[in-house]
Design a protein around this ligand. Structure first.
Ligand code: GLN
Length: 247
């Protein structure tokens, strides 16, 4: 039996709007295919893990204060995370976690939280706390060669700029900046997005893309994941897509 190993970082501090649920979805969708899914946790003061031993590293979203609290600790992990990412470990990052992999996040008071600088985007929040991107969002993304509509909920002050390869095109909502056309950041082994929800319960294709990547990593003969009955998920998505996209 194939085992998928996930490291969930700062689960106790970065967990907004059900972000922790993303791990439940990964376990559920792996379990349905007979894939064992182990989710280890890492937070401030945990023993330094071997990041490269993981197939996927996950960081959720969080308020400015929590981002400040974890930033020094995250810096200590920089070398290990970079090494794992370069060796092909998948990075799944939501909102605050997305911001902290860039160069920096400057909050509404002008405090700069240093990011890991893994990617060269940066995020700045407007000085008025009232100017936030809040609400439902729909984007169109290319998931494994297929155009997929991705539904979620966004709530961020931060405006992310300098993204060269976005995750998707905004069909409804804001995205990386207020009223922007692009959302998130994407690479073969990185999905970084502002979409909470949790993202994976609303968008099973995203979960399956990551599971498929992890299962097939380093394998000569790629295997196709067995289909799962997603009728309920499809119906939920239809309600949201009809509500948000139909004029
Ligand atoms: N604190 C960050 C912002 O407001 C991230 C928020 C979040 O993770 N939802 O931009």
């Amino acid at each position: 039996m194939k085992t998928l190993k996930i490291l969930h970082m700062y689960a106790d501090m970065l967990d907004l709007y059900g972000d922790g649920g993303n791990m439940e979805i990964m376990k559920y969708r792996c379990g349905k295919r007979g894939i064992e899914c182990i989710v280890d946790k890492y937070s401030i003061d945990s023993e330094m893990p071997d990041f490269s031993a993981y197939d996927l590293i996950y960081i959720g979203g969080g308020a400015d204060l929590e981002q400040q609290h974890i930033s020094a600790d995250l810096m200590k992990c920089r070398e290990g995370i970079v090494k794992a990412y370069e060796a092909g470990t998948f990075l799944f990052l939501i909102c605050g976690g997305y911001q902290l992999m860039g160069k920096y996040y400057r909050d509404a008071d002008g405090n700069e939280i240093k990011g890991l600088g893994l990617f060269d985007y940066f995020t700045v929040a407007p000085s008025s706390r009232k100017l936030r991107c809040i609400g439902n969002i729909v984007i169109s993304a290319d998931i494994g060669g297929k155009a997929v509509k991705i539904v979620g909920f966004e709530n961020h002050g931060g405006q992310t700029q300098g993204v060269k390869t976005p995750f998707g095109r905004v069909l409804y909502g804001n995205g990386n900046c207020a009223k922007s056309k692009c959302e998130g950041y994407f690479e073969k082994n990185v999905i970084a997005t502002y979409l909470h929800g949790p993202c994976l319960s609303k968008n099973p294709e995203v979960a399956d893309y990551m599971i498929s990547y992890c299962v097939n990593r380093g394998e000569a003969e790629p295997v196709k994941l067995a289909a799962i009955d997603d009728e309920l998920e499809k119906q939920c998505r239809k309600v949201m897509l009809d509500r948000l996209l139909k004029k």
